[in-house]
Design a protein around this ligand. Structure first.
Ligand code: GLN
Length: 535
């Protein structure tokens, strides 16, 4: 029998419901419980995969290829779980399911309504995790008071009624702002948002207060009194050095103890604190200054998983990461990257900015600058090698020029066949075999890997032989013929991967390529410092 924790938010968006929920989940894991986490978003997009990264941040790819909200990345990075389509739900796909059922005559001519039909479908999706884990954490997107969020709150209210009292908890995240002129922290917004939640029939068990300043006992007492929770259940969530410090911050306030008490559970094992100390390693020995070259540089959330993967690798290796987002169309790009210790060219779509990326790759290749190309970044590195190493001057991708004479990146028949089954792209986990002795093989330490994909175009196998002769080596294939990884020998670190290694890593389990890349960058930084010292 599972227990359920619903996480709602009030006052403002972006307070970190995902991180707060995942932190509570982490604490439950450290106490020995199995945990999963799912997101229910009130917006109507059926497919977050088509949402603009400028508005919404990156599209996260779940293990089964579901294209989802970036919060699922936090669930995986904190909890080390593998998410699937079941971990992400939107009003759009919930309504679609109900409407499709209606069209098929499932409701036998009855009036189809938000209550009970939409709320029943929401509850059915909550129950998917029943008996799968000890604790399922459900994050409700948006803030209480949003019109489109009401069916979710109503579904939680019903769900709570239908389950034993100690099986379902509600955690509400609010903001306690500091008003400089008054020199005070203000609890009124929290009171209002909890009152809104109560209007929907939900009384929270725990209130987490985002704040810039320490919340003292008097304030906790006030919130407890007005919001009908115990004082101990008013939790301070002040700013931390990194989001990964939040589980410990919550533990110090006994959040896990409170949750277990409310659930009537005893810890399954003594608290495993190794995770807390693993996170501290961020403040370690080396440092690396990494450039991320793309076109959504104004919206850092567009590269969230890359940034987090760098930090998780940094934590593991004790290397502090400083990132810089560079616009691939910036005319001064080359001089900017020459000061860096490594560059990443992330995934992307369309031609804009591609020539800048290709020039940056050429610079990295010729100057021994650690380079890591991901998906479109790998495709650009194949184009660069074709043009500048193999002399195929007009080499390009058929994504940019469907009539290209030399499409070194192309939509292949095999890929077209894949797209007919899986929507429009190769999405989700695919396996690859690594070549013995390659950099990739050394990093992964095993010849067989599985990584997540999201793309339409491939390194055209017709050009593999020519490019290998010119010096760009293919070090991994999927199904024996689709190139998955390319490398250049005699370079400190140069690798391009067709997949997205930034999805699926977690604290303590960095992706091996990210780990190798940050080490190579930190090494270059040390070498540069030594050379400067010697001068
Ligand atoms: N636009 C490229 C493709 O569709 C790369 C996609 C990506 O980087 N995710 O193949």
């Amino acid at each position: 029998m599972s227990k359920w924790i619903f996480v709602t938010g009030g006052v403002a968006s972006s307070l970190g419901k995902g991180v707060s929920g995942a932190s509570i989940g982490k604490l439950m894991q450290l106490n020995g419980f199995s945990v999963t986490m799912a997101k229910f978003d009130p917006y109507f997009n059926v497919d977050p995969g088509t949402m603009n990264p400028y508005q919404h941040g990156e599209v996260y790819v779940a293990s089964d290829g579901a294209e989802t909200d970036l919060d699922l990345g936090y669930y995986e990075r904190f909890l080390g779980i593998r998410t699937t389509k079941a971990n992400t739900n939107t009003s759009g796909d919930i309504y679609k399911t109900v409407i499709e059922r209606e069209i098929k005559g499932y409701y036998k001519g009855n009036t189809v309504q938000v209550i009970p039909h939409i709320t029943d479908e929401i509850k059915r999706r909550f129950r998917i995790f029943e008996d799968m884990v000890d604790v399922a954490i459900i994050e409700i997107g948006g803030t209480v008071g949003d019109i489109e969020g009401l069916p979710f709150l109503e579904a939680i209210r019903q769900f709570r009624q239908e389950h034993p009292r100690n099986d379902v908890l509600c955690v509400h995240l609010t903001l306690v702002p500091f008003i400089g002129a008054a020199g005070e922290l203000k609890t009124k917004p929290t009171q209002h948002s909890v009152s809104k939640l109560r209007d929907a029939g939900i009384i929270p068990d725990i209130i987490i207060c985002r704040t810039e300043k320490h919340i003292d006992d008097a304030i906790k007492k006030k919130i407890a009194l007005f919001c009908n929770v115990k004082k101990e259940a008013v939790i301070e969530a002040s700013d931390c050095p990194s989001v990964y410090h939040i589980p410990e911050l919550f533990h110090r306030q006994n959040v896990d103890g409170i949750v277990m008490k409310l659930f009537g559970l005893e810890p399954k094992k003594p608290l495993d604190t190794a995770w807390f100390s693993a996170v501290e390693k961020t403040d370690g020995n080396g440092c690396a200054h990494i450039g991320i070259i793309g076109k959504y540089t104004g919206m850092k959330d567009a590269y969230k998983s890359i940034s987090e993967s760098l930090h998780i690798a940094g934590i593991e290796k004790g290397i502090k990461i400083k990132e810089e987002y560079l616009d691939s169309e910036d005319p001064a790009l080359e001089s900017k990257i020459s000061a860096l210790d490594g560059i990443i060219i992330p995934g992307g779509y369309g031609y804009r900015g591609v020539e800048g990326k290709i020039s940056a790759i050429k610079y990295a290749r010729e100057h021994g600058l650690p380079f890591f190309g991901i998906c479109l970044g790998m495709q650009c590195c194949v184009i660069e090698a074709a043009r500048n190493m193999a002399g195929i001057k007009d080499a390009t991708s058929s994504e940019f020029d469907p009539e290209a004479a030399n499409p070194v990146i192309a939509m292949l028949d095999e890929q077209k066949a894949v797209t007919k089954i899986g929507g429009t792209q190769r999405c989700g986990e695919y396996s690859a075999k690594l070549k013995e002795g390659s950099l990739a093989h050394r990093l992964y330490g095993s010849p067989d890997i599985t990584e997540r994909h999201r793309h339409r175009y491939e390194f055209n196998p017709e050009y593999v032989e020519t490019l290998e002769k010119a010096g760009l080596k293919v070090s991994a294939y999927h199904a024996g013929f689709l190139p998955e990884i390319v490398e250049i020998e005699n370079h400190p670190f140069f690798i391009g991967v067709q997949f997205h290694p930034e999805f699926g890593c977690s604290i303590g389990k960095p992706n091996p390529i990210f780990a190798g890349f940050v080490e190579a960058a930190a090494l270059l930084r040390r070498e540069k410092a030594e050379a400067d010292g010697a001068r």
